[in-house]
Design a protein around this ligand. Sequence first.
Ligand code: PLP
Length: 384
Amino acid sequence: MRIFDEKEINYVREVLQSGSLGWNRNGMTGRFERAFAEFVGSKHAITRNSAMTALAQAVSCSPAGWDTEVICDPVVHFGGVSALYENATPVFADIEADTLLMDPNSVRQKITEKTKALIVTNMWGLCARLDEIRQICDEHNIFMIEDCAHNMCSYWKGKHAGTWGHIGVFSFQQGKHLPTGDGGMMVTDDDELDHKLYNEWAFGGESPAFFTLNFRMNEVTAAIGLAQLERVKGYIETYNVCLKHLNSAIEGCEWLLPRRVDKDAVQSGYIWCCFWQGDKYGLSHDRFKQVAREVGAPLGFGFVQKPAYNFDVFKSAVDHNSPARKQFKRHAPYPGKMYSPDDCPVAEDTIWRIVNCGAMYPTEEQGKESAEKIRKAIDIMNKG
Ligand SMILES: Cc1ncc(COP(=O)(O)O)c(C=O)c1O
């Protein structure tokens, strides 16, 4: 259900008729930013050309950089890559086995005197325990960045994702809740950060006071973003109904563990998942994959297969003897403790268990159809 019609065309027409297509806080980008800030409940919003650049820029406006550490999580690589982009060492905190979210208890154990920032991924429509993470960051003077690429309309303790950290980052890439093709947004309550990002770091008027590149959004993209913002709640209502169908498909199945939604969390439908426990019941993972394929259940297995620190881009960054190191331009400046499975034992035993399925169906009917196919695969497995 991605609708692009007269609403988008009218805003784009306005931009074209204005004759001013470049990023402009008094134009469409400003309108999109103000509407977005109001939507999520933050003081400021700053348009960007993607979430990835916004994450890197968030690290660059934090105290993290050369010879410092940034705590991130290991299910996806975006936080770790942003840390490395600023030549900081990514340190991976473990996750909770039934949510895939950063575990605050593990964060506490990873803090050293070099820790200057933290990037928490609010994965697949669910927020991590953001109040606890913020408290830890405040206690240790750590700059908190939230990756909210999957989190329009998701809340923790009544506050929208992205508003617990010093900076929250959203993605408008085509596959996300609010698609503009590509694009991103940073949100913050801090006037000084907003000023820095707009004036000093975006070539918006003042000469750049810091080393940075241009990550601006243009007026045409902002016009589409403003129109999509008016639609996004409606999209997510449908995705949430699809989530419910997918959850009910695994009800009563003891070898598929549902993803836990904490009572303080409001989830938004994005990617649905549950966790394979069949090995504990003598079932074959390969057979489940095959059965799912045969009945046409649109399931993914194992997602990225292993925690992000196992990938060369990270391993070679801390291993100063790695031949692969030369291949990557960004390095941790000092030989860190090598990454090992002991870093995140829960992630090691959880990621391969992920069974996932998109929940962003255009209609409830399609979500229901997928749920029925999943149920069918479960029934076949149960019959042996
Ligand atoms: C969790 C997460 N963070 C960041 C990004 C990067 O977003 P973008 O494509 O807007 O750079 C993605 C993209 O898939 C993502 O899933």
